[in-house]
Design a protein around this ligand. Structure first.
Ligand code: HEM
Length: 462
């Protein structure tokens, strides 16, 4: 019998470089993955003992992973390592259970419901601005985290974390800090009683008890307070069944964690990019001043604020908050002429693809104008995918975009930010892409400095 020819294997760094790979990857995953694509191409394989990870960097291959062949893949190992926290919520559940939960949760993300949260978003932002003073130094990332935390708590459970239900805020914040560092999660087994793990367990218990208490109260006194929990409580499957308390807990924590930090990060990077690009900032100000003239924006205003939208689109391109999407093959899968064996990891990185000169001219430049015209239509579908795609596409996509635009419009009407020259601003690629040391800025009230800003804004509008 003739032996079958060896399976075709994609290029990649030499087999013995796993320890080197691990060191380089942990030091700077963004740089490392960019280099992998540049040196080896759109399909790269890394191997450690029997475990293989394939990195795909071409939009058509990403489409295969996320859409065409999505059924053959499960979520990756790192997310699953967070099961203690997420439970079996939408982000990590699989198969029929995931599909049922996704259908039940969908009404909470319908357009009308999302739009109804616009007023809360603008109101909470105005409230934050009353605390800010011209000339003050603040960490704009911490401020955005605080604001989106308040908005998510209000829209999820109708809780005002800046007011009397601060315990929700404190527990959620403790968990957010833990959830952000995947290296810690991967390298430290969750059962080890390290200070971090102990804090995680205590914060999760605390949060569980609060959420179960809110659920019990809503079950005893049913009411639609307009928040997502009301929608999830009322949601019914075709057979009439509803979510159990455990499922409700898993979905609310998932929605909180998936939805709060990502939006704060998107805004933080937008502020940072605007602060370095005075022309773009001036155009934004000109648009806001002419359309809103100082009043709070409503969701209906957003179609008349195209530059505001493009500034967010462009920031999500350069700094995608969910910068990597990992999967695991459930069976042998053919991709690009290679057989990806069952059990292998397959990953894509929006950071790498969004900065690829094949799709974006001058890819490292922040140019919201690049989205004028029909760029979006001309691009291959998966050249730009900050919210993923296919069946597991972000359920909070519309909510996040509306929130980011409303917050940007509300804040940029009143303040601009000056960067502090010596403060290092570095993206930290853990599960999300947060600025590692925050972003320290000096707040500048636009009305206090109107004589300086007016010529720039007028020039940009001309
Ligand atoms: C700028 C903000 C956001 C970004 C960049 C973002 C990005 C993403 C991405 C890339 C995925 C797909 C992950 C994968 O395929 O493995 C995802 C999934 C998800 N996102 Fe978002 N997201 C954002 C905001 C939100 C918000 C506001 C919510 C909820 C209120 C949310 C809830 C979720 C959920 C529940 C999933 C899992 C969906 C499923 O598998 O069925 N996200 N997000």
């Amino acid at each position: 019998m003739t032996p079958s020819p060896p399976a075709k294997v994609p290029p990649g760094p030499p087999n013995d470089s796993w320890s080197g790979f691990y060191r380089d990857y942990i030091r700077d995953p963004l740089e490392y993955l960019t280099r992998l694509q540049r040196d080896f191409g759109d399909v790269v394989m890394l191997r450690a003992f029997n475990y293989r990870v394939y990195y795909l960097s071409h939009p058509d291959l990403i489409e295969q992973l996320l859409v065409t062949q999505a059924r053959k893949f499960a979520k990756g190992r790192i997310l699953k390592a967070n099961k203690r926290l997420f439970g079996n919520g939408l982000l990590i559940s699989e198969g029929d259970f995931w599909l049922r939960q996704r259908r039940l949760a969908q009404p909470a993300f319908h357009r009308a419901r999302v739009v109804s949260y616009g007023e809360t978003m603008a109101r909470f932002t105005e409230r934050l601005l009353t605390e800010w003073r011209d000339g003050e130094t603040r960490d704009i990332h911490a401020e955005m985290m605080r604001l989106t935390l308040q908005i998510v708590a209000k829209t999820l459970f109708d809780a005002d974390v800046a007011g009397d239900t601060q315990e929700v805020g404190r527990a959620l914040q403790a968990i957010t800090v833990l959830n952000s560092d995947f290296r810690r999660l991967v390298l430290t087994p969750p059962w080890l009683p390290t200070p971090t793990n102990v804090r995680a367990v205590l914060a999760t218990h605390k949060l569980n008890s609060i959420i179960y208490r809110i659920i019990a109260d809503r079950r005893t006194h049913p009411r639609d307070t307009g928040d997502r929990l009301s929608m999830l409580l009322a949601a019914q499957d075709e057979d009439g069944s509803r979510m159990t308390d455990r499922q409700l807990r898993d979905e609310t924590i998932t929605l909180f964690l998936a939805g709060h930090e990502t939006t704060a990060i998107a805004l933080s990077w937008t502020w940072w990019l605007l602060a370095q690009n005075p022309q773009a900032e001036a155009k934004l100000h000109a648009e806001l001043d002419s359309v809103l003239a100082g009043r709070s924006p409503h969701p209906e205003d957003l179609p008349r604020l195209p530059y505001t939208e493009k500034a967010i689109t462009e920031a999500l391109r350069l700094y995608p908050p969910a910068w990597g999407i990992p999967r695991m093959a459930l069976e042998d899968v053919e991709i690009a002429g290679y057989t990806v064996p069952k059990g292998s990891g397959v990953s894509v990185s929006s950071w790498v693809v969004h900065r690829d000169p094949r799709w974006f001219a001058d890819p490292l430049a922040f140019r919201p104008e690049r989205w004028d015209g029909d760029l979006q239509k001309r691009l291959p579908r998966f050249a730009y995918f900050p919210f993923g795609g296919g069946p597991r596409q972000c359920i909070g996509n519309a909510f996040a975009l509306m929130e980011a635009q409303l917050l940007l419009a509300t804040i940029a009407q009143k303040f601009r930010f000056r960067l502090i020259p010596d403060h290092p601003v570095v993206p930290q690629a853990s599960i999300t892409l947060r600025p590692k040391h925050g972003i320290r800025v000096v707040l500048e009230s636009r009305s206090a400095h109107s004589r300086e800003t007016r010529p720039a804004a007028t020039a940009a509008a001309d």
